[in-house]
Every structure is written in C-alpha cells, then in structure tokens.
Design a protein around this ligand. Structure first.
Ligand SMILES: NC(=O)c1ccc[n+]([C@@H]2O[C@H](COP(=O)([O-])OP(=O)(O)OC[C@H]3O[C@@H](n4cnc5c(N)ncnc54)[C@H](O)[C@@H]3O)[C@@H](O)[C@H]2O)c1
Length: 287
C-alpha cells in the first residue's frame, strides 16, 4: 500500500545490482511513494546486473559512476539533477565490497592495498558523495541521506572481516557530515543497520546461511527483509522524520539488543547434547 509519502521528491539511488539488492527494493518503494529518481552503479555492475530493468520500471535513467571516483561522481550529480530538473531531496548509499573477503584473506592476514580499497568503496565513497553534493549544492534544504550499515560496526562477528572497519567508518562519517550539513541546510544523515539479508554482497560473507539462521533465532521479531528495510527507509526520506539525524538506526528485529534467546539456546543445547553423546559412550548406551 502506498501513502504518497514522497510525492514530488527527487532522489539519487546508489547500489541496485539485481532484484535481491536492498537498493532495488528501496528504489521500487520510493517510486511507489511518488518520488522521481536517478539510478547509478559502476559500469561493470550495470553490464552484469539487471539495473536497466529497474530503470524501465521506475521510468528513469541509469548514470554510470564508480563511487570512489570524484570526477565520475561530479558528472553523476550534474547529470542526475539535470535529468530530474532540480536538486535531490534524498540520497541512498547502498554500496559495499571487500576485495579482501573476495580473495579469501582473513582479518589477521589482510592485504593493506585491498583494505584501502574496502574502505574507499564501502565508506569513504559516502564522504565523497556528501562532499561533492555539498560543493555543488545539490541537496535541497530538509533533504535526507541514508547509508546502509551492519551491526559488525559495534560488535565482532566471525567472518565479517575488514567490512566491520568499513562500517564503523561509514557510521562515523554520517555523524561528522551530519553535523555540517544539518547546521547549514537542515539536511539529515543517518545509517540504517540492517539484518543479514540474502543479496549478492551478503552471500559473500563466510557462513552466511548459518549467520542468518542465528540472527533470526536471536531476534524477537525475526530478521528484517530487504522489503521491510525499504519500508523503513521511505519514512526516513519522508517529511515525517525531519529531526532524526547523525544516528545509526537498527533495523534488525531486535537482534542488537539481545544477549541470548530461547530459540538460539535451544539449538545450542541440542548441539551440546550431540557433542556429549559423541564424546561419552556411556551416555550413548543410556539413550
Ligand atoms: N546483505 C546484507 O546482509 C547486508 C546487511 C547489512 C547491511 N548491508 C549493506 O547494504 C548495502 C547494499 O548491499 P546489498 O546487500 O544490497 O548487496 P548488493 O551486492 O546487491 O549491493 C552492493 C552494491 O554495491 C555496488 N558497488 C560496489 N562497488 C561499487 C563502487 N565502487 N561504486 C558504486 N557502487 C559499487 C555494487 O555494484 C552493488 O550494487 C551494502 O552497504 C551492504 O554492506 C547488507
């Protein structure tokens, strides 16, 4: 059901690769809510993914840009607002990639050149987008900027690797730039810390199926889906949330406030019984 929450607003959406992408679901939803948008991704992702199909659905264009490249971002911002006939009211950063994860380098054996790339793609790109938008004065007063984050910024999760550092930096950039843009133009900047979600980027994380099962068991409301994330993000782009800024907002079914749940404990107990049975023959005989 649509509420016309974004009627007449203009937006720039980074990171829709295919119909599993969180940015894809958000793009669909902002269009349903009446916004006009411009989509962007890297040239290679545009070729390999399905973003053209999304553009057709939303009646818009895709402007290629590598979010680590300042010149390409400047070109994107200029062309994007020209296409929309005006400045942006909202911007979505839904970008993440770790070359260390891709190459199987563990956190205690990082390649530092690749670490720089992880940070550049997944976090510093957010600063670049904000800095360019500000210099070109491309976001309207009371605009809203959201980036997607993950709880690994606060807590250590096995296998998340250098993306944890990237997310910590991303959230810090939201606060630091949120102060500047808020004070100057009432523009708010927040990160949404989403549950594990089965997407191309998500499934690159080691043991992702088990992680999703664990977080679902730990969350009283269960894992949040990409569609539910889109529902949340449209409220952040709308005028109903104009005084929320510089926050990391958990959208995770309650996971981040949990220590242990009954549903997770149950699996753990079953695992222990299995271990006891395996290690203790007398127990096997008793059963
Ligand atoms: N999937 C999850 O479990 C999960 C959980 C929490 C947060 N997130 C975050 O959500 C965001 C979106 O990821 P997703 O899960 O939808 O996966 P996805 O693979 O669909 O999206 C990642 C996007 O980043 C883009 N990208 C990579 N390098 C880029 C560059 N240099 N310039 C511009 N774009 C680039 C890719 O083309 C892709 O569209 C990421 O920030 C991710 O860390 C994902």
């Amino acid at each position: 059901m649509a509420y016309n929450l974004l009627k007449g607003k203009r937006g720039l959406i980074f990171g829709a690769l295919n119909d599993k992408s969180i940015a894809w679901k958000i793009a669909e939803k902002v269009c349903e809510e009446g916004a006009n948008i411009v989509l962007t991704n890297t040239p290679v992702s545009i070729r390999m993914g399905e973003i053209d199909r999304l553009a057709e659905k939303c009646g818009t264009i895709v402007i290629p840009a590598d979010a680590t490249d300042v010149e390409e971002l400047e070109n994107l911002v200029e062309k994007g607002r020209a296409h929309l006939n005006g400045n942006f009211d909202f911007v979505l950063h839904s970008i993440g990639m770790s070359p260390n994860v891709r190459k199987g380098r563990t956190y205690d054996d990082l390649d530092y050149g690749l670490l720089s790339k992880t940070l550049d793609i997944s976090a510093i790109s957010f600063h670049k987008i904000l800095q360019i938008c500000r210099k070109l004065d491309a976001i309207n007063r009371w605009g809203s900027v959201v980036a997607l984050s993950y709880v690994a910024a606060q807590r250590t999760l096995y296998g998340y690797n250098d993306m944890a550092d990237a997310k910590a930096l991303l959230e810090s950039i939201a606060r630091s730039f949120g102060y500047i843009y808020g004070r100057e133009k009432n523009i708010r900047i927040n990160t949404v810390s989403q549950s594990p979600t089965m997407t191309t980027a998500g499934s690159g994380i080691m043991g992702f199926d088990n992680l999703m099962d664990f977080t679902d068991r730990m969350s009283p409301l269960g894992n949040a889906t990409a569609e539910e994330c889109a529902d949340y993000v449209i409220t952040l782009f709308s005028d109903l949330t104009r005084k929320i800024t510089m926050q990391n907002l958990y959208h995770d079914g309650g996971y981040s406030s949990m220590g242990m749940s009954f549903r997770a404990m149950k699996i753990y107990n079953e695992g222990l019984e299995y271990r006891d049975v395996k290690n203790d023959k007398s127990k096997v005989e008793k059963q």
